[in-house]
Ligand binder design. Structure first.
Ligand code: MLT
Length: 427
């Protein structure tokens, strides 16, 4: 049985296929234990749907937004698209780093009071893509630490780029897993963490939903500074934070500018998971050991393997940051947070130990006693509801499942009804 996805693996002799190339497979890709988590879940969902063709399967699995893009933002993109069909409105390649107006607007909205400059903001097609490009920039020699559990793109991209050894029950050799569980309030005990070159840190965390406090983030920055590490801070869900003591940006923390980059996205704020728009902030003060600026390399990478975000998406991003766009974005976030509250109290009422949901669109539910892939299968079988097994996010995710709060309200209410029916006391 595969530890990673709990699938039974038959060890069969490879089928004889005609081979015409002499190309050797990248051995790092060969180290990956399973397919990427979310396509794997989608595959199981499809199989379930085939088995129960009449079932209305509800997805609380991948954190994909469901609500329409709000009017003001959608109109701005319509106008941009219409403009492309005219001589005056047409534009071809833009700047690889992003429309300067958008860089400025992002800076003014989120970072100007934190000392960041528009030229440090690089607009992109999303945080996940930036993480991949960053791994390429830092290269195979970097040693990586991650929160455990964490968003799987960090670890999988480290494996692909060659920063790790093979896989065992405790994870990939060479990755420093910083365990985050209820016992440590989902913040790693840094005194037990071996220093790494790169530390991936996501707050509010995906999947646990835990938002780090100011004091905890100061500890993280101090730890990184003391050990010469760079923190890749993933703030993709930061606008979901309502706790005043939990910073929305790592640059609220003194000292972050010399040891952190931050990546963020419009995906979960404005429903841009399909539109694709995000950004990464690289402070000019961040330098390699030899004194060279990281921002220069990031610019070089951006120029070389990225042609800039879609001009239509960037028009949408600009609209998001206007007062009306910000208001609408907040309404969308509030809607998903209400969903999170509904799911949280449902699981709590059912007697589960529940985490997250207050500063994040994810609920992290403890269901110990069997592999989380089995729990995932059990929930799917009994309720036709897709969740995400905790072990898909790292070894310390075992014993948990994640429920995403992205969903239409009627689906969330129907999910609540099914959970109560399947897991209530009388069932
Ligand atoms: C998730 O479900 O963890 C995310 O939606 C996936 C992503 O943002 O790529």
């Amino acid at each position: 049985r595969c530890r990673h996805c709990s699938k039974i693996r038959a060890v069969a002799a490879p089928e004889k296929q005609e081979v015409r190339t002499s190309l050797r497979r990248n051995e790092n890709i060969g180290k990956l234990q399973a397919g990427y988590l979310f396509p794997e879940i989608a595959k199981r969902r499809r199989a379930h749907q085939e088995k129960f063709p009449d079932a209305h399967v509800i997805s609380l699995g991948i954190g994909d937004t469901t609500e329409p893009i709000t009017g003001f933002v959608a109109d701005a993109m319509k106008q941009a698209a219409d403009g492309l069909g005219t001589r005056q409105g047409y534009s071809g390649y833009g700047s690889e780093q992003g429309n300067p107006k958008l860089r400025e607007a992002i800076c003014n909205r989120f970072y100007a009071s934190l000392g960041r400059q528009p030229q440090e903001i690089f607009v992109s097609d999303g945080s996940k893509c930036d993480i991949g490009r960053m791994q390429m920039m830092f290269g195979s020699g970097a040693k990586v630490a991650v929160q455990d559990p964490s968003y799987p793109a960090y670890v999988d991209s480290s494996v692909m780029i060659g920063q790790t050894g093979g896989y065992s029950e405790t994870g990939y050799d060479g990755i420093e897993y910083m365990v985050c569980r209820p016992e440590n309030d989902f913040f790693p005990d840094l005194s037990q963490v071996r220093p790494a070159d790169l530390i991936f840190f996501c707050s509010p965390n995906n999947p646990t939903g835990a938002a780090a406090t100011r004091e905890q983030l100061q500890q993280l920055v101090d730890f990184a500074s003391a050990n010469g590490s760079v923190v890749i801070y993933d703030a993709a869900y930061s606008l979901y934070i309502s706790d005043a003591n939990c910073p929305k940006s790592i640059f609220e923390i003194p000292g972050a500018e010399t040891c952190c980059v931050e990546t963020c996205s419009f995906s979960k704020y404005a429903g841009f998971t399909g539109v694709r728009l995000g950004w990464t902030v690289v402070p000019e003060q961040l330098r390699y050991a030899d004194g060279q600026q990281v921002i220069k390399d990031w610019n070089r990478v951006t120029n070389t393997i990225f042609n800039g975000a879609s001009n239509i998406a960037q028009a949408g991003g600009l609209a998001c940051l206007e007062p009306q766009g910000m208001k609408e974005m907040q309404q969308t976030i509030d809607f998903y947070k209400e969903n999170a509250g509904i799911l949280y109290s449902t699981f709590e009422e059912l007697g589960f130990k529940v985490h997250g949901g207050k500063n994040a669109p994810y609920i992290w539910i403890a269901i110990p006693g069997k592999p989380s892939w089995d729990t995932f299968a059990d929930i799917l079988e009994r309720t036709h509801i897709v969740t995400t097994p905790g072990s898909g996010f790292g070894p310390a995710g075992e014993g948990f499942v994640r429920a995403s709060a992205f969903g239409h309200r009627d689906d969330i209410m129907e999910a609540v009804r099914r959970f109560k029916e399947a897991y209530g006391k009388s069932s």
